[in-house]
Ligand binder design. Structure first.
Ligand SMILES: CC(C)(COP(=O)(O)OP(=O)(O)OC[C@H]1O[C@@H](n2cnc3c(N)ncnc32)[C@H](O)[C@@H]1OP(=O)(O)O)[C@@H](O)C(=O)NCCC(=O)NCCS
Length: 218
C-alpha cells in the first residue's frame, strides 16, 4: 500500500544516531521521551506495508487481526456515547471486535486503497479510533470518508486531523474518486469535522434508510 499525506514525514533519523556505546558502571539508561522508540519502529511498520497514511500526531495503519487490536477495537465500540451516534448497540463481547477486525482485514485485501483502519498515536502506537475511505453504495465515482474516535479522545482534534490526512491519501491514491461524507443531521460534531476538513454541504439525503446530510469535496 502506498503511503501518502501532506503531513507525512520521515522519522528514520532517530535510527542513524543510535544508542551510546557504553554507560558508566552503575548508570541506568533513562528514557525521557517515548517518541524516539516509535521513530525506530515506524520505518519497520512502513516497510511491512502496514501504514496507510500518517499525520502530525497519528499513524493510520491496517488492522493486524491480533488480540491486541481486538481489545483496542472493543474499547472504542463498547462505549455508549460512541455507539449512540452509530445507532447500534455497544459491543458487549470481545468476539464482536474480533469479527469486526477480520471483516476490515478482508475488505483491505479486496479494496485497493480503501478500508476501515485503526488510528494510532505516533507517540506510542495506541489505537484510539478508526478512520475510513469506503466506496459509496450506488455512486461509483465517490469514496466515503468515515471517522470514529474513542470517547476519552473526543475534543482533541483527532477526527479533523485524520480526516485531512485521509483526504490527502485519497487525492494521491484514489484517482477518479471524489471524497464525500454522510452523517445524521443532528451529529453536530461530525458535521463540524467535515467542514473543517474542507468538505462542503451538498444537501439532505437518505443513507442506509436514515435521514442524513451529505458533504463533499468541490
Ligand atoms: C464526531 C467525532 C468523530 C468527533 O471527533 P473529535 O476528534 O472529537 O473531533 P475534533 O476534536 O476534530 O472536533 C472537530 C470540531 O467539531 C466540534 N465538535 C466535536 N464534537 C462535537 C459535539 N459533540 N458537538 C458539537 N461540536 C463538536 C469541535 O468543537 C471542533 O470544532 P471547533 O474546532 O470549531 O471547536 C467523535 O465525536 C465521534 O467519534 N463520535 C462518534 C462516532 C461518529 O459520530 N462518527 C461520525 C459518524 S458519520
Amino acid at each position: 500500500m502506498a503511503t501518502s499525506s501532506a503531513e507525512q514525514r520521515s522519522e528514520g533519523a532517530g535510527l542513524a544516531q543510535g544508542p551510546p556505546r557504553s554507560l558508566p558502571c552503575g548508570a541506568h539508561r533513562r528514557r525521557t521521551k517515548r517518541a524516539p522508540i516509535l521513530a525506530a519502529v515506524r520505518p519497520v511498520l512502513h516497510s511491512l506495508g502496514m501504514e496507510v497514511f500518517s499525520t502530525t500526531r497519528f499513524v493510520v495503519r491496517q488492522w493486524q487481526g491480533d488480540e491486541q487490536d481486538a481489545r483496542a477495537c472493543f474499547a472504542i465500540y463498547s462505549n455508549e456515547a460512541v455507539s449512540r451516534w452509530l445507532e447500534r448497540p455497544p459491543y458487549r463481547a470481545l468476539d464482536q471486535a474480533r469479527a469486526a477486525n477480520l471483516r476490515q482485514l478482508e475488505r483491505y485485501t479486496r479494496l485497493v486503497g480503501m478500508g476501515w483502519w485503526p488510528i494510532t498515536t505516533r507517540v506510542d502506537g495506541e489505537v484510539i479510533g478508526q478512520a475510513a475511505l469506503m466506496p459509496m453504495d450506488d455512486e461509483p465515482g465517490e469514496v466515503e470518508l468515515g471517522y470514529h474516535v474513542r470517547h476519552d479522545w473526543w475534543g482533541r482534534g483527532v477526527a479533523t486531523e485524520v480526516a485531512r490526512g485521509a483526504i490527502a491519501h485519497a487525492r494521491a491514491n484514489l484517482a477518479g474518486y471524489r471524497v464525500v461524507a454522510v452523517t445524521r443531521p443532528h451529529n453536530t460534531g461530525s458535521r463540524r469535522v467535515m467542514e473543517k476538513a474542507g468538505l462542503l454541504y451538498e444537501g439532505a439525503t437518505v443513507f442506509k434508510g436514515l435521514e442524513s446530510v451529505k458533504y463533499g469535496l468541490p
